[in-house]
Write a protein that binds this ligand. Structure first.
Ligand SMILES: *[C@@H]1O[C@H](CO)[C@@H](O)[C@H](O)[C@H]1NC(C)=O
Length: 288
């Protein structure tokens, strides 16, 4: 009785203003190429989510690009390497290709092997969930850094070791026949297609699918990355209100120094020091 409809409306719109205010913050991805060569990032949006564009672009060595993600975006991001356009105008890449025949992937995902950064923004309890996955293999070292998070552990994650040179021979993807330079490293699931490596059929639960020697090899080199399908416990990270920096070919030493200054609560190291030299040692021509 004491309230006029006008003031009730005013209060409601004020409340609405405040509530939408806290939702305004959007998430940005800054994608940085520290490789000595060009990388063509690809982005795939998950089903039923607003598509993040561009879905693919060129990122020259030393360059970066910032894109902002739609609210509650979910999807994956990866880097394509050794790309070119042929005489018929068809674009393709030796690693991480999405098969679109164009720079934009337009809804197609990476053909394995490819290192993947996976995100689900504004998930349970308003947290972002993110990880770097080697479940579909490996093609590039990649680091994800959460910046400005207000809640959650917000650890950095990724795989800083160059696993191409050190990749076990049976998983190695090499370019050309001559020098056999490794350009990517398959997952055991892709290389052998067996249920025990793929966590399928009788092995489709966390209890029955144990990490293989190959998964362990990846896990030792990159302790915070996903090495097989049920590797959730040590590989998924959460943060609220952050923006993310995704770096291709982070320098292991300087990255570790940079991250050493941050509050890092994750139990596992980002880099396994005993594995750190493996990439450079192997790329000097030593075979396995
Ligand atoms: C680091 O690598 C060594 C050698 O492969 C391994 O024995 C050790 O468990 C690894 N540490 C972590 C934290 O993964």
């Amino acid at each position: 009785m004491g309230y006029s409809p006008i003031s009730a409306t005013a209060i409601l719109s004020l409340l609405f203003m405040f509530s939408s205010f806290s939702e305004v913050q959007s998430t940005s991805f800054r994608i940085v190429n520290k490789c000595r060569y060009t990388v063509w990032p690809g982005i795939l949006t998950g089903a039923d989510r607003t598509v993040l564009t561009p879905t693919g672009f060129t990122l020259k060595s030393g360059r970066s690009k910032t894109i902002s993600a739609p609210k509650s975006w979910s999807g994956r991001l990866w880097g394509r390497t050794l790309c070119s356009t042929d005489s018929t105008g068809k674009f393709s890449c030796v690693t991480g290709d999405c098969g679109s025949e164009k720079i934009e992937c337009a809804g197609s995902g990476a053909i394995p092997p490819a290192t993947l950064a996976e995100f689900t923004l504004n998930g349970d309890a308003g947290l972002d969930f993110y990880d770097v996955s080697l479940v579909d293999g490996y093609n590039l070292p990649m680091l994800v850094v959460a910046k400005g998070g207000t809640r959650g552990v917000c650890s950095s994650t990724g795989c800083l070791v160059d696993l191409n040179g050190a990749c076990p021979a049976e998983l190695r993807v090499a370019r050309g026949n001559g020098n056999r330079r490794g350009v990517a490293c398959k997952s055991a699931c892709e290389a052998f297609g067996e249920p025990m490596y793929c966590c399928s059929e009788a092995y489709n639960t966390p209890d029955t699918c144990r990490p293989s020697v190959y998964a362990e090899y990846f896990k030792h080199a990159c302790p915070r990355s996903y090495s097989y399908a049920y590797d959730d416990k040590t590989s998924t990270f959460t943060c609220a209100g952050a923006d993310y920096i995704i770096i291709f070919c982070p320098k292991p030493f300087t990255s570790q120094k940079l991250l050493g200054a941050r509050k890092e609560v994750a139990d596992l190291p980002l880099v396994n020091k005993t594995m750190m030299y493996i990439g450079s040692r192997h790329s000097k021509g030593a075979s396995r």
